[in-house]
Design a protein. Structure first.
Length: 153
């Protein structure tokens, strides 16, 4: 304390720091925008998951509806050609070799050259198709079908 001409002077004191709570209005806006962004991303992920499950169900139900392994191969071929038409216009009318190349283009899973390609090409017209072969084709085709149907255009 300093005394000058009868006045009592004190040193300058800094005001206390502002409390962190309650937040300033700008922080509430930022928090609301972040929450909205999280909700939108979660909703889009949920929708994407629901769509994928519906596509998988469509494939599984269509294949299961066929009474014989040869019928399942025919259903698989039809589903693949429909999905291919969505990604590659005109792919559903390609010759067998070109069609198999389209199926294998960018494939990360099983490839359709070899036995699977032969079965896909003429399995629907065979008298007998082994159930195990039809199941292997179904698994490989399901991966390709779901990939094509869920990919963005």
């Amino acid at each position: 304390m300093i005394q000058a001409d009868g006045l009592l002077l004190r040193d300058i004191h800094q005001p206390p720091p502002p409390p962190w709570w309650p937040l300033a209005p700008g922080w509430w806006v930022v928090a609301a925008l972040l929450a909205l962004g999280v909700v939108i991303l979660a909703w889009r992920g949920w929708r994407r998951h629901q769509r994928r499950r519906a596509i998988e169900r469509l494939f599984d139900d269509a294949v299961a509806a066929a009474p014989t392994p040869a019928g399942r191969v025919a259903a698989i071929s039809e589903l693949l050609r429909r999905a291919a038409r969505r990604r590659h216009p005109g792919a559903d009318a390609l010759a067998p070799e070109a069609w198999l190349r389209v199926l294998d283009a960018g494939a990360t899973g099983p490839r359709f050259d070899g036995e699977l390609g032969e079965l896909l090409h003429d399995g629907a017209f065979r008298r007998e198709v082994a159930t195990e072969d039809a199941e292997r084709l179904r698994q490989a085709a399901r991966v390709r079908f779901v990939g094509w149907m869920t990919a963005r255009r």
